[in-house]
Structures are given as C-alpha cells and as structure tokens.
Design a binder for this molecule. Structure first.
Ligand code: HEM
Length: 389
C-alpha cells in the first residue's frame, strides 16, 4: 500500500515536472526535475554550446529551466532565452522599456540614472586618463581572489570592503570644495549631490550607506570583467604572432615610440580596434547573461508572456553567430576590417549586452581596454615560450 502510494506520488510529480508545468511556455529543452536544464550547460563548459544547440533545435527564443540553488525543493524556474541579434533588437532594443526590469533589483532608479550620468561626465572630462595609474584599489583587488576561494569568509571580507570604501569616502569628503561645479570622480559628484539634497531637507536618497553600496556594485561589476577581458586580449595576441606583428606595424606607423597613446588616437588605429573587438568576441566572458524580467504582459514569437516572467538576453550565442562571424571559434581580427582598410561596425558584437540594462560601465571599460592594451603593446612584444607545456 505504502509502495503504491509512493509510486503514485512519484509519477504525479514526474508528470507535473516533465509535462504539466511546461504548458503555456514557449517550447525548449526538456528540463530534469529540480536541476532543470543545468546539466547540458555544465557538460559543455562554459555553456555556450548548449545554447547554440538549443537555438538550432528550438529557434532564437525558447524556454530554459534553471534549478534554484537555495530553494531547490521548489523545483526549477522557467526563463525565456533570446539568442539572436535580430530577436534582441526586436525585444530588448526596440521595445526596451518592457525588458528593463531585473529579477534581482537593488537600486532605486534615480540613483542609477545619477550613476550613469556621473560616469559619463567623468569620461567626457578625461578623468580616467589622469587616474589610470592610481593604485588605491590594489589592496581590494587581492581580496577578490580570496573571496571566491573561501566563500565561507565572504561576510568577513564584505565588512572589510565596506570599511575600505567608507574610509576612502570620508577622506574624500574632507577634501571636497563643495562650491566648485567640477567633480574629479564619481564619489565627489555623489557627495556634492548629497550636500545639495541635505540642504533641501532630503537625508534619505543620497545617503552615505548608499554610496558605499554603489562603490561596491561598481567595483564588483567593473573589476573582474575588465581584468578578465584584458587577460584574454593579451592571451589571444600572444598566441597569434601574425596578428601581433600587424598590430605593432600599425602602432609604429601611427604612434611611434616617444609618447603615450591617448583616446584621441583611437580612430587612427583601425587594426588595433579590430583586435580588441575580436578578442572581446572570442573571450565571450558572460556565458549566461543577467536575468531580466518583462514589465508588462507582452507577446514574443506569437506567445503571450506574462508580466514578471524572467528573460535572458543570451549575448554569448550572438557573439558566436555563424552568419555574422563565419568560423566563429577562429580568432580573426580581419573580420572587423572593411575593403577600404577601415574598422567595420558589426551589430552582433554585443559583449556589453543591449537595451536599457546594457552595461553601465561600457564607456569606461572600452577606454580602459584601449588605453591599457595599446600602451602595453606599444612598448612590449609578448611571446608564448610554452612555459606551461
Ligand atoms: C570588459 C568589461 C565589461 C564587460 C564585458 C561588461 C559586461 C556587462 C554585461 C554583459 C552586463 C549585463 C547587461 C544585461 O543585464 O543585459 C553588465 C552590466 C553591468 N555592468 Fe558591465 N561590463 C564590463 C565592465 C564594467 C565596468 C568597468 C563597470 C563599472 C565601472 C560595469 C558596470 C556594470 C553595471 C553597474 C551593470 C548592471 C547594469 C544594470 O543592471 O542596469 N561594467 N556588464
């Protein structure tokens, strides 16, 4: 009797997991109970191939079930995945407001607008060019390595991070000229806004705690993405001596060796820019992009999608799109050079994602990559001596 009851429950559960709960969603790979579609992704590390294979089977928008790490007993959850540039344009770009929400929300929107505008102003003012040798973040960077290795000590390190940010902020506050309009960095712009708001009686929105949180967010989102990309760029150039030769030739002809390269040189270095583009495409450092959710009921591929449904702009698949980038796993910067030797714009190059929630630090990151890599290779040649073979 108990055995019969057990099998009835088991079969009902499997029926629910494998068939019933999938009704009303766009077609997609069959999820396993609890883990959803994670297994094929883990098998094909870092996961691109699973998404490329599913695109061939189900088209450029399909349902993907993600197992929940903490609440695994509640089963896997459905997310729509968009895997082609054409479909990303139709949804995240042309209908941006509908796809602007995040499943995990942290920051009220006036503050994210302020963050975006401040970063933009600092870039326009050439802040980075003056500051890129600053080493204040060195100490924090070493913590990162430990953070991921010893996850159980995360809380302790987080406290250290905040102590570090709070100290920097207070030091900064003491040096600010609150009457000047110009700001030298993001924290200064924020503290000036805080000063203004407090004078108007608003002590909440621009709080010091919020500033620490934002510094933490920017640090987390900006540091490992940028240095991972830089490492890949150097690795690709090192392992493609012909590319390095061509790049050095261009640097010698356009820049020479008696000065630093600045952002005003960017447009005169088409091949170098093509190398950066191709490295970012091949490095493809975001194998599964952030989960967004739709802000109202909408229709995708003829199917109604309810407000709040999770949706992923899967940029890794777009970066490996065979139509836009033939032979996608081959490193070939020439694909970004047109017949006149100029840099070619290819819409499918989306390492910073697209739409209303595309990377907030894109301008900053592009500038960092350009300045660091160009100046580095204008001084050095990097060779693979097969040390690790
Ligand atoms: C090469 C370097 C970088 C790459 C490849 C990169 C890539 C990305 C991607 C793919 C997203 C997700 C967009 C989406 O949800 O669709 C993102 C979001 C974000 N990035 Fe970056 N990023 C880089 C550098 C930076 C830097 C330097 C900063 C800041 C200083 C930054 C700040 C952010 C923030 C705050 C978000 C969240 C935006 C939002 O939710 O509205 N990133 N980035």
């Amino acid at each position: 009797m108990i055995l019969l009851l057990f099998f009835t429950i088991l079969l009902s559960w499997l029926f629910y997991e494998l068939y019933w709960k999938r009704r009303g969603y766009l077609d997609g790979p069959m999820p396993l109970p609890i883990v959803g579609n994670m297994m094929p992704i883990l098998k094909t590390k870092p996961g691109y191939e699973a998404f490329r294979q599913w695109t061939k089977e189900f088209g450029d928008v399909f349902t993907f079930w993600l197992g929940q790490f903490l609440t695994f007993l509640s089963g896997s959850k459905p997310y729509l995945v968009v895997t082609s540039y054409k479909r990303l344009k139709e949804t995240f770009i042309l209908d941006g407001d509908v796809y602007a929400d995040k499943v995990f929300k942290r920051r009220p929107s006036p503050l994210s607008r302020f963050m975006f505008n401040s970063l933009l102003r600092l870039l326009e003012g050439g802040y980075l060019e003056n500051q890129w040798k600053s080493c204040k973040f060195q100490r924090v960077r070493t913590y990162k390595i430990f953070m991921f290795t010893y996850i159980y000590r995360l809380a302790e390190f987080t406290v250290d991070f905040y102590k570090f940010f709070d100290k920097q902020i207070e030091e900064h506050r003491s040096k600010i000229d609150f009457d000047s309009e110009e700001s030298l960095d993001y924290a200064e712009a924020y503290l000036k806004e805080q000063y203004k708001k407090e004078a108007e009686g608003d002590h909440e929105l621009f709080s010091s705690k919020q500033l620490s949180n934002m510094c933490f967010d920017l640090w987390l989102a900006g540091l490992s993405t940028t240095h991972t990309t830089m490492t890949w760029i150097i690795a690709y150039i090192m392992n493609n001596p012909d590319v390095q030769k061509k790049m050095h030739k261009e640097l010698d002809e356009v820049i020479g060796s008696d000065r630093l390269i600045s952002t005003s040189d960017k447009n005169n270095l088409p091949y170098f820019n093509a190398v950066l583009n191709e490295s970012q495409r091949c490095a493809n450092i975001v194998p599964l992009n952030q989960i967004h959710c739709v802000t109202k009921d909408t229709v995708i591929n003829g199917m109604t999608v309810k407000k709040g449904t999770g949706i992923i702009p899967q940029i890794s698949t777009v970066l490996l799109d065979e139509k836009a980038f033939p032979d996608p796993y081959t490193f070939n910067p020439d694909r970004f050079i047109d017949e006149n030797g100029k840099l070619k714009k290819v819409d499918e190059l989306v390492p910073f994602s697209v739409g209303k929630r595309q990377c907030l630090g894109e301008g900053l990151a592009r500038m960092e990559l350009f300045l660091f890599i160009s100046n580095f290779f204008n001084r050095y040649q990097v060779k693979n001596l097969n040390y690790f073979k």
